[in-house]
Design a protein around this ligand. Structure first.
Ligand code: 4NP
Length: 153
Protein backbone atom coordinates (compact mmCIF):
# COMPACT_ATOMS: atom_id res chain seq x y z
CA UNK A 1 0.00 0.00 0.00
CA UNK A 2 1.40 3.37 -1.05
CA UNK A 3 0.33 6.21 1.22
CA UNK A 4 0.14 9.74 -0.12
CA UNK A 5 -0.60 12.89 1.90
CA UNK A 6 -1.71 16.19 0.34
CA UNK A 7 -0.83 19.26 2.41
CA UNK A 8 -1.76 22.95 2.24
CA UNK A 9 -2.12 25.68 4.86
CA UNK A 10 -5.76 25.46 5.88
CA UNK A 11 -6.72 21.93 4.69
CA UNK A 12 -10.00 23.41 3.52
CA UNK A 13 -9.33 24.65 -0.05
CA UNK A 14 -6.46 23.05 -1.99
CA UNK A 15 -5.44 19.83 -0.23
CA UNK A 16 -9.04 18.53 0.11
CA UNK A 17 -9.34 18.94 -3.68
CA UNK A 18 -6.02 17.17 -4.20
CA UNK A 19 -7.14 14.33 -1.91
CA UNK A 20 -10.48 13.99 -3.68
CA UNK A 21 -9.05 14.19 -7.19
CA UNK A 22 -6.28 11.65 -6.59
CA UNK A 23 -8.67 9.29 -4.77
CA UNK A 24 -10.98 9.43 -7.79
CA UNK A 25 -8.16 8.19 -10.03
CA UNK A 26 -6.64 5.34 -7.98
CA UNK A 27 -7.64 2.01 -6.53
CA UNK A 28 -8.28 2.52 -2.80
CA UNK A 29 -6.96 -0.97 -2.02
CA UNK A 30 -3.54 -0.01 -3.46
CA UNK A 31 -3.19 3.71 -2.76
CA UNK A 32 -4.23 5.44 0.45
CA UNK A 33 -4.74 9.21 0.09
CA UNK A 34 -5.29 11.72 2.87
CA UNK A 35 -4.84 15.47 3.39
CA UNK A 36 -3.84 17.83 6.19
CA UNK A 37 -3.04 21.49 6.81
CA UNK A 38 -0.02 23.02 8.50
CA UNK A 39 -2.22 25.67 10.13
CA UNK A 40 -4.73 24.64 12.77
CA UNK A 41 -7.42 27.24 12.12
CA UNK A 42 -10.15 24.98 10.80
CA UNK A 43 -9.69 21.61 12.55
CA UNK A 44 -12.82 19.45 12.21
CA UNK A 45 -14.34 21.68 9.53
CA UNK A 46 -15.75 20.66 6.18
CA UNK A 47 -13.82 21.69 3.09
CA UNK A 48 -14.54 25.25 1.89
CA UNK A 49 -17.88 25.32 0.09
CA UNK A 50 -16.18 26.65 -3.06
CA UNK A 51 -13.89 23.59 -3.10
CA UNK A 52 -16.88 21.29 -2.55
CA UNK A 53 -18.71 23.05 -5.41
CA UNK A 54 -15.88 22.82 -7.92
CA UNK A 55 -15.30 19.17 -7.00
CA UNK A 56 -19.02 18.46 -7.45
CA UNK A 57 -18.94 20.05 -10.89
CA UNK A 58 -16.33 17.45 -11.80
CA UNK A 59 -18.34 14.60 -10.28
CA UNK A 60 -16.29 14.32 -7.09
CA UNK A 61 -17.81 14.45 -3.61
CA UNK A 62 -15.38 15.69 -0.94
CA UNK A 63 -18.02 16.40 1.71
CA UNK A 64 -16.85 13.38 3.76
CA UNK A 65 -13.58 15.15 4.51
CA UNK A 66 -12.80 16.98 7.77
CA UNK A 67 -9.90 19.31 8.32
CA UNK A 68 -6.97 18.06 10.34
CA UNK A 69 -3.57 19.45 11.18
CA UNK A 70 -0.31 18.05 9.81
CA UNK A 71 1.84 16.47 12.55
CA UNK A 72 5.39 15.11 12.67
CA UNK A 73 3.90 11.58 12.91
CA UNK A 74 2.73 11.99 9.31
CA UNK A 75 6.34 11.52 8.20
CA UNK A 76 6.18 7.90 9.42
CA UNK A 77 2.63 7.27 8.24
CA UNK A 78 3.09 8.43 4.61
CA UNK A 79 5.42 7.56 1.73
CA UNK A 80 5.01 10.83 -0.15
CA UNK A 81 3.92 14.24 1.16
CA UNK A 82 2.81 16.63 -1.57
CA UNK A 83 2.67 20.31 -0.64
CA UNK A 84 0.85 22.97 -2.64
CA UNK A 85 3.31 25.86 -2.28
CA UNK A 86 6.75 26.76 -1.00
CA UNK A 87 5.45 28.13 2.26
CA UNK A 88 3.71 24.78 2.93
CA UNK A 89 7.06 23.16 2.06
CA UNK A 90 8.89 25.23 4.65
CA UNK A 91 6.22 24.57 7.30
CA UNK A 92 6.37 20.80 6.73
CA UNK A 93 10.18 20.67 6.58
CA UNK A 94 10.32 22.58 9.87
CA UNK A 95 8.65 19.56 11.54
CA UNK A 96 10.97 16.96 9.98
CA UNK A 97 13.67 15.10 11.90
CA UNK A 98 15.61 13.11 9.33
CA UNK A 99 16.78 13.25 5.72
CA UNK A 100 14.40 10.36 5.09
CA UNK A 101 11.52 12.58 6.26
CA UNK A 102 12.66 15.45 4.08
CA UNK A 103 12.99 13.27 0.96
CA UNK A 104 9.26 12.51 1.18
CA UNK A 105 8.23 16.17 0.73
CA UNK A 106 7.57 17.41 -2.80
CA UNK A 107 5.78 20.29 -4.46
CA UNK A 108 2.68 18.80 -6.11
CA UNK A 109 3.26 20.69 -9.36
CA UNK A 110 6.76 19.22 -9.68
CA UNK A 111 4.90 16.20 -11.04
CA UNK A 112 3.40 18.14 -13.94
CA UNK A 113 5.22 20.20 -16.54
CA UNK A 114 3.01 23.27 -16.34
CA UNK A 115 5.62 26.01 -16.09
CA UNK A 116 4.55 26.89 -12.55
CA UNK A 117 5.66 25.29 -9.32
CA UNK A 118 2.99 26.35 -6.83
CA UNK A 119 -0.77 25.87 -6.52
CA UNK A 120 -1.90 29.39 -5.53
CA UNK A 121 -3.95 29.85 -2.38
CA UNK A 122 -7.51 30.58 -3.65
CA UNK A 123 -8.96 31.39 -0.20
CA UNK A 124 -9.36 35.12 -0.83
CA UNK A 125 -10.37 34.72 -4.48
CA UNK A 126 -13.52 33.80 -6.33
CA UNK A 127 -14.94 30.77 -8.06
CA UNK A 128 -12.71 31.18 -11.14
CA UNK A 129 -9.60 30.75 -9.04
CA UNK A 130 -11.00 27.53 -7.54
CA UNK A 131 -11.63 26.21 -11.06
CA UNK A 132 -8.07 27.17 -12.04
CA UNK A 133 -6.66 25.47 -8.92
CA UNK A 134 -8.74 22.38 -9.67
CA UNK A 135 -7.22 22.20 -13.17
CA UNK A 136 -3.66 22.43 -11.85
CA UNK A 137 -4.33 19.74 -9.25
CA UNK A 138 -5.99 17.46 -11.78
CA UNK A 139 -3.07 17.69 -14.21
CA UNK A 140 -0.58 16.90 -11.44
CA UNK A 141 -2.70 13.96 -10.25
CA UNK A 142 -2.83 12.56 -13.78
CA UNK A 143 0.97 12.51 -13.79
CA UNK A 144 1.10 10.92 -10.32
CA UNK A 145 -1.21 8.15 -11.52
CA UNK A 146 1.04 7.53 -14.54
CA UNK A 147 4.06 7.39 -12.27
CA UNK A 148 2.35 4.96 -9.88
CA UNK A 149 1.30 2.72 -12.79
CA UNK A 150 4.82 2.84 -14.19
CA UNK A 151 6.25 1.89 -10.78
CA UNK A 152 4.02 -1.18 -10.65
CA UNK A 153 5.23 -2.54 -14.00
P1 4NP B 1 -5.87 26.25 1.83
O1 4NP B 1 -6.45 27.73 1.87
O2 4NP B 1 -4.46 26.31 2.43
O3 4NP B 1 -5.83 25.92 0.39
O4 4NP B 1 -6.81 25.39 2.62
C1 4NP B 1 -6.53 28.46 3.05
C2 4NP B 1 -7.62 28.32 3.86
C3 4NP B 1 -7.73 29.06 5.01
C4 4NP B 1 -6.74 29.94 5.36
C5 4NP B 1 -5.63 30.08 4.54
C6 4NP B 1 -5.53 29.33 3.38
N1 4NP B 1 -6.85 30.72 6.52
O5 4NP B 1 -5.98 31.55 6.76
O6 4NP B 1 -7.83 30.54 7.27
Amino acid sequence: MTKILMVCLGNICRSPLAEGVLKSKVNASEIFVDSAGTGGYHIGSLPDSRSMDVANEHGIDISNQRCRKFTSEDFQAFDVIYVMDKSNYDNVIALSDTDEDRKKVKLLLEEADLGISEVPDPYYDGTNEFEYVYGLIEQACNQIVKKLEHGRR
